[in-house]
Design a protein around this ligand. Structure first.
Ligand code: NAP
Length: 254
């Protein structure tokens, strides 16, 4: 069936999802596989079996690739050997970390680690994968931004700085690459119940104040992000460029 009749089909497409072991990355990887894509699951620990198994259960196929995204030299050196020459149609820059500490005392090494994984690796991987997409004049890059691409957040200055930058980078790459048929967009998840937000969900007062502001009245599930990712990865979004799509239960509309 043609792309026009199946605008959300990813059959025949190859996708990389970073941070695919858990949370949002896992849900997006499974969603892309269910839509027909073949997956390269990128993580830095051998803990992606659950994601691989769930993709296989859904009838999809995947391969695991181990790269530490905080080690930018190693990413450059090893990318070719690990990923190989296979053309990549879809890149989801999802891996991200957060470190909570008051700004005045913020640990310098943590600042650099957060910026490396959340921003520098996103740019580096977009370059590495994007070059092939530009050559083939076809590709989709989806960056995982945040509500803290728009707001300041509390006790997370490095995270907020990195996620504002991810939104800016998304637009900058979209401006350069849209004319070469490479669509670069981002998803800004709202408050999603994953390991990343465990600490604030366990703080009863913080949990309640967050919940009371979400029009949908609940925390999001990682699976709530899968549909938006399939849309931005598919031909359905071929004229969508540089957009940051909030999937936040209405938080930003409040
Ligand atoms: P998560 O479950 O902690 O997922 C983060 C993923 O990134 C994990 O698979 C982790 O692997 C991987 N990762 C961390 N450091 C890495 C490194 N150095 N090299 C390679 N992979 C690395 O949290 P999540 O909530 O799903 O977060 C996914 C993305 O969504 C992040 O970019 C986050 O900022 C963003 N986000 C989350 C929320 C939310 O409410 N949860 C809201 C807005 C944005 P390991 O587990 O093996 O370390």
């Amino acid at each position: 069936m043609s792309e026009v009749k199946q605008p959300f089909s990813l059959a025949g497409k190859k996708a990389i999802v970073t941070g695919a072991a858990s949370g949002i990355g896992q849900a997006i990887a499974i969603g892309l596989a269910e839509a027909g894509a073949e997956l390269l699951l990128l993580g830095h620990r051998s803990n992606m079996e659950d994601t691989s198994a769930r993709i296989a259960e859904a009838g999809g196929s995947s391969r695991e690739v181990l790269i530490d995204l905080s080690d930018l030299d190693s990413l450059d050196r090893n990318y070719q050997e690990l990923v190989g020459d296979e053309p990549i149609d879809i890149l989801v820059n999802n891996a991200g970390i957060i470190w909570r500490e008051p700004a005045a005392e913020y640990t310098a090494s943590k600042w650099h680690e957060v910026i490396n994984v959340n921003l520098h690796a996103v740019f580096q991987l977009s370059q590495l994968v994007g070059k092939g997409m530009l050559k083939r004049e076809q590709g989709k890059i989806i960056n995982i931004a945040s509500l803290l691409s728009f707001q300041g957040g509390i006790l997370v200055p490095a995270y907020t700085a990195s996620k504002h930058a991810v939104a800016g980078l998304t637009k900058a790459l979209a401006n350069e690459w849209a004319s070469r048929n490479v669509q670069v967009n981002a998803i800004a998840p709202g408050y999603i119940a994953t390991a990343n937000t465990k600490a604030i969900r366990e703080d009863a007062e913080r949990n309640q104040s967050i919940l009371s502001r979400i029009p949908a009245g609940r925390w999001g599930e990682a699976s709530d992000l899968a549909g938006a990712a399939v849309f931005l990865a598919s031909s359905a979004s071929n004229y969508v460029n540089g957009h940051v799509l909030a999937v936040d239960g209405g938080w930003l509309a409040r």
